[in-house]
Ligand binder design. Structure first.
Ligand SMILES: [Fe+2]
Length: 258
């Protein structure tokens, strides 16, 4: 027994869809209610679908009874002001788990690399059902910013950097990749993030919008990458030493977006 997955993800683990005409839409995300929720970097989240329709962002597996990242319940106060965002999340017709808008304050490449993490989307997900992947629809216009994916957390040769202009639409197996966003700024980034269940509905949606995995990384100076690698190693060693002095061990960062 194994999970139902999309063939579109088999090789690269991500797909980029046709760009969406974002400027044609009202900026619904500015009217949403955000809650403080620490993720990778300085963030807040506006939940559109949560475990029980409450204005909160916790992973569904952290509720009682715990369950996997499916069957999200719409948060009425937020979907009332963001009908277009709700409709975009619903368009594939796939089961939706967590659905929220993230607000990320500007950071730098080093901090983004330090914040790389894998999501925990498939905790408690029963085999034989669809693997959870996540859609990232960029709402603000951040053409110099990138979604960073790494197959290997500490190997920059595995790095994919996907630019984030308004309307960028990417679906990622975020449990497979180490990922984080480098938000250049100066304004915060807003992005609709939706957990979808893989299956024929999502496959058809990816095909309709010409999902492709042929991203070409925007250039980045090798020294910037080397410096970031060294600084991240230094910070992790420092944290590890601090924890060791308290008799604790440094754990891998898993799904800070839970
Ligand atoms: Fe994540």
């Amino acid at each position: 027994m194994s999970f139902i997955t999309s063939p579109a993800f088999a090789e690269k683990g991500y797909v980029i869809l046709d760009s969406y005409d974002q400027v044609g839409d009202p900026k619904e995300w500015l009217d949403l209610e955000f809650v403080d929720w620490k993720s990778s970097g300085v963030t807040r989240f506006a939940p559109l679908a949560s475990a029980f329709g409450e204005m909160e962002c916790n992973g569904f597996w952290n509720h009682t009874p715990p369950r996997t990242d499916k069957d999200g319940v719409w948060v009425q106060a937020n979907v009332d002001v963001a009908p277009i965002l709700k409709a975009r999340a619903e368009e594939p017709g796939a089961n939706i788990g967590r659905c929220r808008v993230i607000e990320l304050q500007p950071n730098d490449y080093t901090n983004a690399i330090y914040n790389l993490h894998q999501d925990d989307n498939n905790r408690l997900n029963p085999e034989g059902t669809g693997w959870i992947v996540r859609g990232f629809f960029n709402l603000s216009d951040d053409p110099s910013s990138v979604l960073i994916l790494r197959e290997d957390r500490f190997n920059p040769d595995t790095e994919v950097r996907i630019p984030l202009p308004a309307g960028a639409q990417v679906i990622v197996d975020t449990q497979r990749f180490w990922h984080a966003v480098w938000q250049v700024g100066p304004e915060p980034r807003y992005c609709l993030i939706t957990s979808w269940e893989s299956g024929p509905e999502l496959d058809a949606y990816i095909e309709k919008y010409h999902g492709a995995s042929n991203n070409v990384n925007p250039p980045l100076d090798a020294h910037v990458i080397e410096d970031a690698q060294a600084e991240v190693r230094r910070r992790l060693a420092e944290r590890s030493a601090t924890l060791a002095s308290q008799g604790k061990k440094l754990a891998d960062p898993v799904d800070p977006e839970a």
